[in-house]
Structure formats: structure tokens, C-alpha cells
Design a protein around this ligand. Structure first.
Ligand SMILES: *Cc1c(COP(=O)(O)O)cnc(C)c1O
Length: 369
């Protein structure tokens, strides 16, 4: 049996450190705020090479808080990609603004060449998503933002420490948002998230809004939300942060091995990687013909797969009000039936990848493609 992700294997490798860290938090009753949160925020900011990190309750809140504090709301438009998890567009709508979707490029990220056609006088910001762990085209998108005076917020939920032109993600816009959902490359043992920024003023606003509009107790300068990273999650994340480079490296090695085994196979296309990036492979998504039957076949062989995501955002019932049709997003549309995410995690071994790719090969042979 090869699971899609294996959080148990990772826990087994760091069990003592995690349990010690949790013991400390509980001993000190440092559940909300406190030194474990402060320490993780500092460590994470340093590792992202940014000045500030604000721990929040999850990656969705991170996006919402950033958009709110950038003053985005009713009457504004925010451009984002047709392919992402719904948090990216949901939080735009939550502020009162309108999500404006753009089709994807060959790398499953927002097609920078199709952005300018969507810019109007109401456009305030662009949210590129570094989907599956691969940075979007930061060079072109930064250029577009400069030219049209737009804000850029990077959704880094799937791309902890990925790089573009040698620069770590979350360093290209006004702020970067992260999720530490358990299955993410850096995952907590529950919900958790963070915002990073180099802007002192914004950092203070984010922190204030996330804590009921107060920096000092009972001094509420505005209304906000309750969205905090808790002490136990922070302590767990500090332990795991020490291993993230190694884990990302193992993911990249697994991706290379998948590529070696899959390249040249007809009917299944391994993902393309930009020449100038370090792709951290949160998800290893291939394009497969006859996907439904392949997925069932792999399941019968004990191989779990997943689909990220079955329906591009503009075609979800949640956005029927926008009235989109398939030819608005031809690339996302033509790929939606072929996306298949293969097992990917640091502890996945070469024999596992051999077993998976052999079975993919067998499937297409048996079905006489
Ligand atoms: C996981 C994810 C989020 C949201 O994170 P949560 O912590 O689950 O709220 C946002 N954007 C993308 C692209 C994600 O993958």
C-alpha cells in the first residue's frame, strides 16, 4: 500500500523532539502567544529572508487579513489564477472585492501573458499562486505590477522556500502568505498559517487585525478577527523547520526519479519545471489520458492518488454568478480531466516510485493504447 501522503512516517522520524517540544509548551502553559510563537515567527522570517512574520490560524486567514489590511474591498477587483485551492479566490470575495480569473500557463501557474487583458480601473492587486510548489513567473508579474501600480500578494501555501531566479518566494510582492495545514511541505498538527512581509507598517496592521485590532491588551484601535498561531503548533513547526531543507530536497529527488521513469511514456506527461526555479514539489501532478480508469487501476494495485483540483475555480458552482464558459480558460479547461497527483512526500522511496511508474506503464499496455 502506497499512501498519497504519509504523515506517520515523518512523525516517527522526529517523535522525541516533537513530544519534548509539546511537553515544554504544556509545562509553561504557553498556549496562546508566548515564547514559542515568538521564536517560530523569528525563525520563519529569517528562513524566508524577510523582516516580519505574523503567525495566524491558517493560510486562508493569512490571505484574508492581508487583503483587508491592504484596503481591498467593495468595488475593487483582484486578479488571480483559474487553478488553485478556493481559499485564494474566496478571500477576495470575503473582502467585498471581485475575483478576476486568468488562465494558467504550461506550468499550472497564472499565465502572465494573459494578465494585462484583465486589468481595469478597478484592479487593485494580483495574487499569483505558486501552485504545486513551483513559483509563478515572478519576473513578468512583478513587471506588470510595477507598470500598472498594482499590489502583489503571493500565495505561498504550497511552496515553502521555493525560489525564482535564486530568490525565495514571498519576497516579490508586498506580502506572502503561508499555510501549515498538516499535509503542506511544512505542516503543523492542526491548522496554522503565517504572513510574511518586509513592510514595517503593514506588519503591524496584520498583527493588529489578527488580534481583534489590538497590539496592546484592551487597546482596540479597530475591529479585527481572532486568528492566532497557537503555542503548540508553533513549537511543532520550530522542530520541523530544522528539517525542511532536507525534506524539500528529498521531494525534488523523488520528482527527478519520477521524471526519469515517466519521460517518453505516451499518454502520461510529467510536470514541466521552469529553468529559473527551485520547484519544491508539494504536489507531483501529471497529465494522464483516461485518468479515471488509471486512477482506479492504481488504487487496485494499492497506490493512492489525488486530483488537485477536479474543477478550476471559475467553473465551480460557487462562481456561477460570474457566468464563465470553458473557452474563457481553455488551458485550465482542457487539463481538468487529465490532472492526476501521484504520491509525493520526502519518505517516499525509489522502490515505491518504480512500483508506481511500472503500474502506470502496465495500465496503458493492458488497455492497448
Ligand atoms: C492550503 C492552501 C491555502 C489555505 O490554507 P489553509 O491553511 O488550509 O487555510 C491557500 N492557498 C493554497 C494555494 C493552498 O494550497
Amino acid at each position: 500500500m502506497i499512501p498519497f501522503v504519509d504523515l506517520k512516517a515523518q512523525f516517527a522520524s522526529i517523535k522525541d523532539d516533537i513530544l519534548n517540544a509539546l511537553n515544554q509548551v504544556i509545562d509553561e502553559s504557553a498556549f496562546i502567544k508566548g515564547r514559542f510563537v515568538e521564536r517560530f515567527e523569528m525563525e520563519f522570517a529569517n528562513k524566508c529572508k524577510v523582516k516580519h512574520c505574523i503567525g495566524v490560524a491558517n493560510g486562508t486567514d493569512a490571505l484574508f487579513i492581508v487583503l483587508k489590511m491592504l484596503g481591498i474591498g467593495e468595488g475593487d477587483e483582484v486578479i488571480t489564477t483559474a487553478m488553485s485551492w478556493i481559499s485564494t479566490s474566496e478571500t477576495i470575495s470575503l473582502t467585498g472585492a471581485k475575483p478576476v480569473f486568468v488562465d494558467v500557463d504550461d506550468y499550472f501557474t497564472i499565465d502572465a501573458d494573459k494578465i494585462e487583458a484583465k486589468i481595469t480601473s478597478r484592479t487593485k492587486a494580483i495574487i499569483p499562486v505558486h501552485l504545486y510548489g513551483q513559483p509563478a513567473d515572478m519576473k513578468k508579474i512583478v513587471g506588470i505590477c510595477d507598470k500598472h501600480s498594482l499590489l502583489m500578494v503571493e500565495d505561498c501555501a504550497q511552496a515553502h522556500f521555493a525560489t525564482f531566479d535564486g530568490k525565495t518566494v514571498a519576497n516579490f510582492g508586498v506580502a506572502g502568505t503561508f499555510s501549515f495545514y498538516p499535509g503542506k511541505n511544512l505542516g503543523a498538527y492542526g491548522d496554522a498559517g503565517a504572513i510574511v512581509t518586509n513592510d514595517n507598517n503593514l506588519a503591524e496592521k496584520f498583527r493588529m487585525f489578527a488580534n481583534h485590532g489590538a497590539l496592546k491588551k484592551h487597546n482596540h484601535l479597530m475591529e479585527g478577527v481572532n486568528s492566532r498561531l497557537d503555542g503548540m503548533q508553533a513549537a511543532i513547526l520550530s522542530v520541523k523547520l530544522k528539517h525542511i531543507d532536507q525534506w524539500n530536497k528529498q521531494r525534488m529527488e523523488n520528482a527527478s526519479y519520477y521524471f526519469e521513469k515517466l519521460q517518453g511514456m505516451p499518454y502520461v506527461k510529467p510536470p514541466l519545471v521552469r529553468g529559473c526555479v527551485e520547484h519544491v514539489f508539494h504536489v507531483y501532478c501529471v497529465l494522464a489520458e483516461d485518468r479515471e480508469r488509471l486512477q482506479l487501476y492504481l488504487r487496485s494495485k494499492g497506490i493512492e492518488t489525488a486530483i488537485h483540483y477536479p474543477t478550476p475555480l471559475p467553473f465551480l458552482p460557487a462562481y456561477s454568478r460570474l457566468g464563465h464558459v470553458p473557452h474563457d480558460f481553455p488551458v485550465a479547461y482542457s487539463r481538468m480531466g487529465k490532472l492526476l497527483s501521484l504520491p509525493m512526500y520526502p519518505e517516499l522511496g525509489k522502490p515505491d516510485i518504480e512500483y508506481i511508474t511500472e503500474n502506470i506503464c502496465n495500465f496503458y499496455k493492458q488497455h492497448q493504447w
